[in-house]
Design a protein around this ligand. Structure first.
Ligand code: ADP
Ligand code: MG
Length: 276
């Protein structure tokens, strides 16, 4: 009998370099019932939005307009009632490590060290190799937490916790980073540092970023495109390209171009809240 020679394959698939994937939100509606007896109310109605691979998109809109709902659907934590959302051309059916999610309050594992928090995802997937451990150490250096790798989350400041949450998402080389008002709980100075840090990370990783904020100044500083949402039911009221060259200095918030861009965004925001 002929022997079949089976060559051992690599233990783990080579980890693809991070590259953003495009997201398409196509005619998406989502309904919620506040009480069992109540008819379902539309939280989002016929929302369509195209996000090109590798771009930085900010979602801006009044409280309750459905920003988190939309982000959670891109994350795969919620399913649309109508329409479809794709990432990299594939319909989103469930959460996945290819879409990293960052919340306002970072969801870290308090019983794990900083380094083990970063390594949690790869370990859960059985991919905690020496190479991945080196990547974790690199990421900790990039986010400025090398000296804290053996500390625990409760020993970190708010900004450090957010940087750790970002490192933990980035180790999975996500095609998309979904951020829900991630810097909303930080003081103004830390927030400025975090914005600069995020732009550096984005410039080097080229992942697609979908960033929710209700701060128009922040949106104009960060985004390639600002999508403005209107409330009840949530719709996209405007999509504004921000063609300001990068790097954009936070010191230039009073520059003519940043002021003009904020005005353009607010024009859609004013319209969107006029009927609330
Ligand atoms: P935003 O993030 O823009 O503040 P949300 O996406 O959290 O808005 O909420 C949009 C609307 O959907 C709100 O009216 C909110 O009350 C409603 N909503 C969100 N999640 C639920 C839920 N799980 N059950 C019922 N209603 C919800
Ligand atoms: Mg929200």
């Amino acid at each position: 009998m002929q022997k079949t020679v089976v060559k051992p394959g690599p233990v783990h698939e080579p980890r693809a370099e991070a590259a953003g994937v495009g997201i398409e939100v196509k005619n998406v509606s989502k309904y919620f019932r506040r009480t069992r007896s109540e008819d379902p109310q539309s939280a989002l109605l016929n929302v369509s939005l195209s996000m090109r691979a590798g771009t930085f998109v900010c979602l801006v809109g009044p409280s309750g307009c459905g920003k988190s709902t939309l982000l959670n659907m891109i994350g795969g934590f919620l399913q649309p009632d109508r329409g479809e959302i794709t990432a990299g051309g594939r319909t989103i059916l469930a959460p996945g490590a290819d879409r990293g999610m960052i919340f306002q309050e970072p969801t870290l594992f308090p019983w794990l060290t900083v380094r083990d928090n970063v390594l949690f995802g790869p370990k859960a997937q059985g991919a905690r190799t020496p190479a991945v451990e080196r990547e974790a150490d690199d990421l900790l250096r990039i986010v400025g937490l090398s000296a804290f790798s053996r500390h625990y989350p409760h020993q970190l400041s708010g900004g450090m916790k957010q940087r750790l949450a970002i490192a933990r998402a980035l180790i999975n080389k996500p095609g998309v980073l979904l951020m829900d008002e991630p810097f909303g709980a930080l003081d103004a100075i830390t927030r400025g540092h975090m914005q600069a840090f995020l732009l550096d990370i984005w410039a080097s990783h080229r992942t697609t970023v979908v960033f929710v904020t209700h701060d128009v100044e922040e949106a104009v500083l960060l985004a390639d495109t600002v999508a403005v949402m209107s409330a009840r039911p949530g719709r996209i009221s405007g999509v504004i390209p921000i063609d300001i060259p990068r790097p954009r200095s936070p010191d230039a918030v009073d520059s003519e171009e940043q002021v003009a861009a904020r005005r353009a965004v607010r024009a859609f925001l004013v319209g969107s809240t006029a009927h609330v």
